[in-house]
Design a protein around this ligand. Sequence first.
Ligand code: SF4
Length: 249
Amino acid sequence: MATANIAEIFSSIQGEGLRVGERHLFIRFCGCNLDCRYCDTRAARSVPTDCRIEKSSGSGAFVFRRNPLDVPQLMSVLADLLHRKELHDAVALTGGEPLLHAVFLRELLPQLRPLTRRVYLETNGTLPEELASIIEYVDTIAMDIKLPSCSGQPPQYETNRKFLNIAVAREVFVKLVICAATTEKELAEAARVVADVNSEVPLVLQPVTPVGDVAAPRPVQILRLHAVAKKILPNVRVIPQTHKITGQL
Ligand code: SF4
């Protein structure tokens, strides 16, 4: 039976991307194949002994279960947290990188789907084969393309293109985190990856929440980067992380 290491399960407001403001139940998987300089979920990249689970949705009180969890254990937790069907708009699979757990997700998602209106996948867009193995159970894909200037990661545009080619079978948008170091050239390169696949895919520019030596882009720079993207794609929005503003988890 497949198992997965999970950092936390909690109810909150989606603070990023095109479904910002919706109530989501988040499952934060452990581990990531990247190491971004601005990562705000570093704790999830190692494996905690216990998964912390919100006792009831929105209570802010937690219980702890020993990692790893198997599918029946997780389903019993989710059935409790999702019992008020009207409350959550989606279950958000996040991390870390949830697609590192594709084998587990293939077992979990067919059972989870009847409990939720939407399965929402947050991913760094670098594991196309894993996406292909579970896409039939996913409704929305929030796909990052990492810009080297901010993330400190080498570009993976070919892999990103391959990933997006699979993701367009579902509702999908691409998110680029931008910072003070982002250049117009690299932004155009990333926007072209999207346009090469399907120019109707929405692009979200997300000004970084400053961390360490990664500084926020200047207001005028945001407008310039937006203008560069708009030359390549028709649907470009600037959306910061709103959960940081409102103090949500
Ligand atoms: S892909 Fe996401 S979880 Fe992984 S290191 Fe980058 S920001 Fe952190």
